[in-house]
Design a binder for this molecule. Structure first.
Ligand code: 5GP
Ligand code: ZN
Length: 113
């Protein structure tokens, strides 16, 4: 996707603070962190959101969640963490390339939304 911000980040056309990368997945620090640890995990293949996850291979889908778990360990989030994927306007998704937020390093609100 030519005009997709996260595709540009994956290609290195826009700088980012890389946290983890493999053949399927790229993960980097959120530019506007909402918690001491705030990492975005994105599949290298462009799909808009969870709504289009059927367009990804099973390997890519699995790779995203495996990366979440691995990064949480890498970032020492032993006390727990939250995984969020905003999907569409009602969830205030602002970048239309599937991504999973990993939020941790502090106690989260007991309200989910
Ligand atoms: P969404 O609102 O779509 O769920 O999340 C998009 C996230 O991308 C936001 O948390 C926002 O701070 C982050 N973001 C937007 N632009 C950039 C950028 O250029 N670099 C990085 N690292 N994060 C970004
Ligand atoms: Zn994209």
């Amino acid at each position: 996707m030519e005009n997709c911000l996260f595709c540009k980040i994956i290609k290195g056309e826009i700088p980012s603070a890389r946290v983890y990368e493999n053949d399927q997945v790229y993960a980097f620090k959120d530019i506007n962190p909402q918690a001491p640890v705030h990492v975005l995990v994105v599949p290298k293949t462009h799909v808009a959101s969870v709504s289009e996850i059927d367009l990804l291979s099973d390997e890519d889908v699995a790779a995203c969640l495996r990366a979440v778990s691995l990064i949480a360990r890498q970032e020492s989030l032993s006390g727990g963490y939250r995984v969020i994927s905003n999907c569409g306007p009602d969830a205030c998704q602002s970048v239309p390339h599937l991504h999973f937020h990993i939020l941790g390093g502090r106690r989260m609100s007991d309200q989910m939304a």
